[in-house]
Ligand binder design. Structure first.
Ligand code: FPP
Length: 232
């Protein structure tokens, strides 16, 4: 009998290929993002079943502002409409929502919906879904350093000082980062905590991801030998 795969405690996902998924169907890129949201729901649901504690999704990077005005406003609209509109889904599935990123740089209505969704799901305990919005790993590290410095003069900042001033210091470091659409880069995602994360790159476009893809990831993760710089 096959052994049950060990689920990572914290999985990070770079959702890529929404645009290409839409292009292949002669649809606007925005249709790919809408379909991508459906994939996110399938994935978080299965992650919860498999006992993954935290999943961080790269929703909007600090670099994504370079996209067309129309695409950026669609993504902001999706956040406002669906974070609120899907509250029933999150609560039914016991999903707690947290957010990381430079939230001050987001439109007011997006900030408000984030705040109310985090509050409305704070007692859910099945799984934590972290949305990285206006997120960049370098930006997060800079903000963490500035928070340390704002606390008073420091002699030497340690790794622990910086880790404890990241956006979500109580969330355990990411164990595995996966990316869809066969791209093999981190693109500024979770830079501090990716130091010892396992990496996985998968071919399918993000909107095509299903529950079985989360099972594949757990299987792949189970086969990795993590040494954290030590020896076995
Ligand atoms: C990357 O694909 C995808 C994004 C930048 C956006 C991801 C956002 C969602 C799935 C919506 C999430 C919404 C909520 C409410 C949580 P791409 O557009 O870069 O694809 P491409 O490389 O094929 O162009």
């Amino acid at each position: 009998m096959e052994a049950t795969p060990i689920a990572p405690t914290h999985l990070g996902i770079i959702m890529d290929g929404n645009g290409r998924w839409a292009q292949k169907r002669a649809l606007p890129r925005t249709a790919g993002h809408l379909e991508g949201l459906k994939a996110l729901k399938r994935v978080i649901k299965e992650a919860s079943v498999l006992g993954i504690g935290f999943v961080t999704f790269y929703v909007f990077s600090t670099e994504n502002w370079k996209r067309s005005k129309q695409e950026v406003s669609y993504l902001m609209h999706l956040l406002v409409a669906k974070l609120h509109g899907e509250l029933g889904f999150y609560n039914k599935q016991g999903i707690r929502i947290l957010v990381c990123g430079d939230l001050d740089g987001l439109p007011k209505d997006v900030q408000e919906v984030i705040e109310s969704t985090v509050k409305a799901t704070e007692n859910n305990t099945n799984i934590t879904c972290i949305l990285a919005i206006n997120y960049g790993g370098q930006n997060e590290i800079c903000r963490a350093v500035n928070r340390c410095l704002a606390e008073g003069p420091q002699k030497n900042l340690t790794e622990n000082d910086i880790r404890s001033h990241l956006d979500l210091p109580h969330v355990p470091p990411v164990d595995m980062i996966v990316r869809s659409a066969n791209e093999r880069r981190l693109s500024n995602f979770l830079l501090w905590d990716s130091a010892y994360a396992e990496l996985g790159f998968y071919e399918k476009f993000w909107p095509d991801w299903k529950a079985e893809d989360v099972r594949t990831i757990c299987k792949d993760y189970s086969q990795r030998v993590r040494k954290f710089g030590g020896v076995e």
